[in-house]
Design a protein. Structure first.
Length: 137
């Protein structure tokens, strides 16, 4: 496909071309995902089996001629289960607890405030990104 700057596409044809290419990519991606699904499942099955073997053997790692494996903590998930209890603890233990906080904002709450007040909350910077949305019609 020639670069769009090399061919004088009218706006309507450029929209059509975008949708055509996007559809092609979606179809090929779906085909690939369907094809590779079996292989991804095989990897997952092997990981489960190796974790079970390491655990059963009381081992932290194992190796072969081509590689090695080891237990690894993949993630730690935390959530506030009781907000009032957490806030009470945080108030009483501020010196150690403040480091557990993040500066995360709920985007929808900020958007709602912005719509109502017509300005950002103090200390908050807002950047909105705009683009074009192509839809099949």
């Amino acid at each position: 496909m020639p670069a769009v700057n090399d061919v004088p596409y009218p706006t309507g044809k450029l929209i059509d071309k975008y949708i055509e290419v996007r559809t092609y990519i979606q179809e090929k991606t779906k085909e690939f995902e369907t094809h590779i699904k079996t292989y991804k499942q095989a990897l997952s099955d092997i990981e489960i089996e190796m974790l079970a073997r390491l655990d059963a053997e009381g081992q932290q790692s194992a190796k072969s001629d081509s590689g090695a494996i080891a237990f690894k903590q993949l993630a730690t998930h935390c959530r506030v289960a009781d907000r009032d209890t957490w806030l009470t603890w945080l108030t009483e233990n501020w010196d150690v607890g403040k480091h557990m906080l993040t500066a995360y904002l709920t985007k929808q709450a900020v958007k709602d405030y912005l719509e109502t007040e017509q300005k950002a909350p103090a200390g908050i910077e807002i950047n909105q990104v705009w683009g074009v949305n192509f839809r099949k019609g």
